[in-house]
Design a protein around this ligand. Structure first.
Ligand code: SF4
Length: 256
């Protein structure tokens, strides 16, 4: 993975729902075949490190006045990637600024590294903090299937034990490849899991990558997945729906 240092004009971007968010990095090392951002040319294969983001964030916070709108950290990056965050610490620097101005924060991370727990000292000071851990990460699902530690589960359980507001997402469910039951068994039952099905339009890079994954992992399911992605297979919708409302598993969207 290529790493490039850069600077930004603004720390804050606004998403399609009008919510302010920060990405201390641009790019992601997780390699999810269904990733929405794969459609953006130039996004894959590198991580941009936004060296001045905390400085720019402080300017934004100063301009906010009394208005304390919730800020989200991590959309087209995982803010706790082990390739960059231990060295650059930009997520930690941003959190320090947000804590100083008492801004409500939601962190979205795959928690594929225990580096998340480094920031517990800040988390406990931030009264309106929420952490969303995304647990459908294929390298971690492989770990689970080998009876080894799934880092995202371990991190979420630890955060919960330390009194941090935490929920989990498992999106998408990949029937026969990544199933939420395995997660529910190991994750603290008090932590809600929000699930969603797979979205990958025909002819997109996501469809191509998902089908490569199915071919590699469960070639006998290729026809089933192809029908599913073409929107013709209702059985898998049912498969997703069967979890909703059971064992603290709910459907998207996440409740604030
Ligand atoms: S962790 Fe999120 S941003 Fe990173 S590749 Fe996976 S879906 Fe994309």
């Amino acid at each position: 993975m290529k790493i490039e240092e850069t600077n930004v004009k603004n720390a804050i971007e606004i998403n399609e729902y009008g919510q302010p968010y920060i990405n201390p990095y641009y790019g992601c090392s997780a390699g999810c075949p269904f990733c929405y951002w794969l459609s953006i040319k130039g996004w894959e294969g590198k991580i941009e490190v936004r060296l001045n983001i905390a400085e720019r964030l402080e300017e934004y916070c100063l301009s906010m006045g009394e208005k304390k709108e919730r800020v989200y950290i991590g959309s087209y990056c995982d803010p706790y990637m082990e390739e960059v965050e231990p060295q650059y610490g930009l997520t930690r620097e941003c959190l320090k600024v947000l804590a100083k101005y008492n801004i409500p924060v939601t962190i979205c991370t795959s928690a594929r590294s225990k580096i998340v727990l480094r920031d517990l000292d800040l988390f406990v000071q931030m009264k309106r903090l929420a952490v969303i851990t995304e647990l459908c990460r294929l390298d971690q699902m492989d770990q689970l299937q080998k009876k080894k530690e799934h880092m995202g589960i371990a991190v979420a359980n630890q955060l919960y034990a330390d009194g941090i507001s935490v929920c989990a997402t498992f999106a998408p469910i990949l029937p026969g490849i990544a199933d939420v039951e395995e997660i529910r068994e190991k994750l603290n039952p008090e932590i809600t899991i929000y699930v969603d099905k797979l979205y990958a339009e025909p002819g997109t890079i996501q469809e191509e990558r998902v089908m490569e994954l199915v071919e590699q992992k469960r070639p006998e399911l290729l026809a089933v997945y192809q029908e599913y992605l073409n929107g013709e297979h209702k059985e898998l919708d049912t498969y997703v729906k069967k979890y909703i409302g059971n064992k603290n598993i709910r459907a998207f969207p996440i409740e604030e």
